[in-house]
Design a protein around this ligand. Structure first.
Ligand SMILES: [Zn+2]
Length: 372
């Protein structure tokens, strides 16, 4: 038991600690998992039990270190002599706590960590809306739009954004930031720029993938396309000519329908024309519609985040429909598009060879923003 604990501690350190080579200091980063205790992190850096006791007795704020939760983060920085220099405790739901040690006493509140220097930051704390608060913080309209376009893939600005949530931008002098980070009470989304060999700048998660998704062509298994997108066609039920602004996939009732890309359920309803219908929003531009469903997937409601290939419902023939089929629409910025012809953006990735450098830079940026 003890052995396996030591082993896991060792592995833990190998993967998570990031000693900085530059200054001879040791800079360890930890993320709290279930069952972790602060002393484990403290001891794993080689610091003594005597010092821990002194720390705990130094101030009542030190008691926060005994109440840590999964998702919280720590940085423990040692000087070149392997003596404690600073502890930064970043709770997932609270402001970071900085504790510095000068060899004699502990100091609370101020950071002594050097900034990367050439980077500057904009911190936007949400009071009204991203648009309002970012403008107030001096961020230009183009960058605000870019932030919305990116973060909308993972959050619904109309529902998920809360007062007190933060957006952090890190700049190195270019017109667009080198990193954009959302820090909410429930989650953090961090995106880092990377320029490809052509000098084109895109934003990637720390895993090296763009935040947008690649769309699957069809959201369900189908036998054939029974009706293509057209500007004008004869409607068999209504007996009138009208445009068909979607694609009909002929497939039996009960065939499962899967989200073609990750998104957020915008709307779930039963309408006279569409029957049972689901609207999915993907990022800020793309909306997909699924009509005539026999049934919705369990727990599918507005605001729910769905992954790519997640079940959203079953094919049927509800509403104005001549037989079981899936009526599928893609709208881009509100305009109906032909699903058979439209070229949708694909997810892209940082080349494997560039990943170590990319991730190192990402870690430095986060540390600089004090959310490492
Ligand atoms: Zn249709």
């Amino acid at each position: 038991m003890y052995k396996s604990f030591l082993l896991s501690l060792l592995l833990f350190c190998v993967f998570l600690s990031t000693p900085s080579a530059a200054s001879g200091t040791h800079d360890y980063s930890f993320k709290v998992s279930r069952g972790d205790a602060f002393y484990k992190f403290f001891f794993s850096t080689g610091l003594s039990g005597k010092l821990l006791k002194k720390l705990m007795a130094s101030d009542e704020r030190a008691q926060k270190l005994n109440k840590i939760y999964p998702g919280d983060k720590f940085r423990i920085v040692l000087n070149a002599n392997h003596e404690l220099d600073q502890i930064i405790y970043s709770p997932a739901n609270d402001n970071p706590l900085f504790i510095t040690y000068d060899g004699q006493s502990f100091n609370y509140g101020k950071t002594s960590i050097q900034k990367i220097g050439e980077l500057s930051q904009t911190i936007i704390t949400i009071k009204k809306s991203l648009n309002y608060d970012a403008k107030k913080a001096g961020v230009g309209a183009e960058v605000i739009k870019m932030m919305v376009d990116h973060f909308s893939w993972e959050m619904d600005f109309s529902r998920d954004l809360r007062k007190g949530d933060k957006f952090m931008l890190s700049w190195n002098g270019e017109k667009t930031p080198i990193a954009m980070v959302y820090v909410g009470s429930r989650k953090t989304i961090a995106l880092f720029s990377y320029k490809n060999t052509l000098g084109q700048k895109k934003y990637f998660t720390s895993k090296g993938a763009t935040i947008n998704d690649t769309f699957a062509f069809a959201p369900a298994k189908y036998n054939r396309i029974s009706s293509s997108f057209s500007k004008r066609r004869f409607h068999p039920t209504l007996k009138i000519y009208r445009s068909h602004r979607g694609t009909d996939f002929a497939t039996p009732s009960g065939t499962p329908i899967y989200a073609p890309a990750k998104g957020i359920v915008k709307y779930r309803a039963t309408l006279s024309g569409y029957g049972n219908v689901v609207y999915l929003k993907h990022g800020s531009k793309y909306l997909t519609v699924y009509a005539h469903l026999s049934k919705f997937a369990k727990n599918l409601k507005s605001g729910k985040k769905v992954k790519k290939s997640e079940l959203i419902g079953y094919v049927g023939t509800t509403g104005q429909s001549t037989g079981p089929h899936l009526h599928y629409e893609i709208r881009v910025n509100g305009v109906h598009q032909d699903a058979e012809k439209i070229k949708l953006p694909k997810q892209s990735f940082v080349p494997t060879s560039a990943m170590p450098e990319f991730q190192k830079r990402a870690r430095r940026i986060l540390q600089d923003l004090n959310i490492g």
